[in-house]
Design a binder for this molecule. Structure first.
Ligand SMILES: [Zn+2]
Length: 455
């Protein structure tokens, strides 16, 4: 009987023990970083009442975790043994904790004081890829503060210092010429200017002008234009003003310009006479068979000298012999007499006394130079060439003449058959009058300007 009881008790205990056995399922980790490999960390045990794992059980898993996509994934786990089974459900979280990366093109931004400079940046996130357009940009305490958050709210802040500087000067540009000639008493109207600055842009309204121009007194004056930017980088430019008087009626002085015009007259001669009249300048015309009588007449009536150049201007004819030369001279001088009522006593050889085009007749120029004087003529060469036989550019002609002017007597050779040369005359006169020269015409008593004779 006692044995039966003992067996009964033991059986009960065993049955109870078996009855209380249970299945446990443990999932170790319920998170995984995006793009990492997901490994199930699940284990299952058949446990007794004391929590002792009798043996491991296989786990049946239902559900999938896609680690390429952030989110929560429901996974079902089930273990079974005999009449026991256990099911649990877990959420596996795929997360991103990596902040985006902002890159910039420069470590320091250099900028004008009134600006913040340009910054070029890019924001790239491991999960969201390019999120540059989500970047916010602010300037705080001389720094660019760039902020961006990815879709998981991981934030990146990047600070780039701004160095404010401006070492560049503004620039002033004058409208109109930098040298202006004014006739005495003529009003100067400001021709204008523009000023620009690398940082400020157009700062024309900041320009200050200092002028010492007195239009009622001849002389050289300056108008100075000043401008400064915000950091006091300064610029300055000058316009020079010459106030001249018209040419004196009786030109005296030690700086004389004799303007002479060969080969005319031409259709440009009247224009030339207008210019000369405007400045009260008398010049000398060494004429040929060219042009109209009325041009010569006007020149003569307006006080210019009319001289002999050559009727035909054909070297091979006029330098053939002394006789041929004087025949040609007489022909042109008759034209002059017919127009002005007087024969001319001044002469310029075609090609100048130094010409070599006459070399086909050896020594002709040496002989002619003597003979013209014996016949009472005075011949003039030149000591300032305008080079107007090689160019029609009036600026070039003006500059060539101006560069060659010197103290004393300047006999300038030009041709009124060249319109560019005619146009250059006004600038030459303005320059001359502004620089202490007087203009005069040649006559028999004028200073001698002769070349060395080459034939
Ligand atoms: Zn000539």
């Amino acid at each position: 009987m006692k044995k039966v009881v003992i067996i009964g008790v033991i059986s009960f205990i065993i049955l109870f023990y078996i009855f209380t056995l249970k299945i446990s399922i443990t999932v170790d980790s319920d998170t995984v970083k995006v793009f990492d490999k997901y490994e199930e960390k699940v284990s299952s045990c058949l446990e007794d009442i004391f929590g002792f794992c009798l043996f491991k059980l296989p786990v049946n898993i239902e559900g999938n975790v896609d680690t390429n996509i952030i989110g929560n994934y429901k996974i079902k786990y089930e273990s079974k043994i005999l009449f026991k089974n256990k099911k649990i459900e877990k959420e596996i979280k795929v997360y991103d904790d990596e902040p985006p990366v902002i890159t910039v093109d420069k470590d320091v931004i250099e900028s004008c004081p009134n600006k913040n400079g340009d910054i070029v940046y890019k924001a790239v996130d491991n999960y969201d890829n390019d999120i540059t357009e989500k970047v916010t940009k602010e300037v705080i305490d001389n720094k660019y503060v760039l902020k961006v958050s990815d879709s998981s709210n991981n934030e990146t802040i990047l600070e780039i210092p701004i160095e404010y500087k401006d070492n560049d000067k503004p620039q002033i540009k004058l409208k109109g010429p930098s040298i202006v000639y004014l006739k005495i008493g003529e009003k100067y109207n400001e021709l204008g200017y523009t000023a620009t600055d690398n940082c400020l842009g157009n700062i024309t309204d900041r320009v200050e002008i200092k002028s010492n121009v007195d239009v009622n007194k001849t002389g050289k004056y300056t108008i100075k234009y000043f401008v400064a930017d915000d950091l006091n980088n300064k610029a300055e430019i000058t316009r020079t003003i010459y106030v001249y008087n018209k040419n004196p009626d009786i030109p005296v002085g030690n700086k004389v310009i004799y303007l002479t015009f060969d080969d005319g007259p031409s259709s440009y001669t009247n224009t030339l006479l207008d210019i000369l009249k405007k400045y009260n300048v008398k010049a000398t015309f060494f004429v040929t068979s060219n042009g109209s009588d009325s041009s010569i007449k006007r020149a003569y009536q307006e006080g210019h000298s009319i001289g002999i150049h050559s009727y035909s201007h054909k070297y091979n004819e006029i330098y053939k012999s002394e006789e041929a030369f004087f025949k040609d001279v007489d022909k042109v001088n008759k034209r002059i007499k017919k127009i002005t009522g007087k024969y001319s006593k001044i002469l310029r050889f075609a090609g100048g006394s130094s010409n070599t085009v006459s070399k086909f007749n050896k020594g002709i120029m040496t002989r002619l130079a003597k003979e013209v004087e014996l016949k009472g003529y005075k011949y003039f060469d030149w000591n300032v060439s305008s080079a107007d036989t090689t160019t029609k550019d009036s600026n070039k002609i003006t500059n060539t003449v101006i560069r060659s002017l010197r103290k004393g007597n300047n006999v300038v050779l030009q041709h009124d058959t060249n319109y560019g040369s005619v146009k250059a005359v006004e600038e030459i006169i303005k320059y001359g009058l502004s620089h202490g020269y007087v203009f005069a015409s040649l006559n028999i008593t004028s200073p001698t300007v002769h070349h060395a004779i080459n034939n």
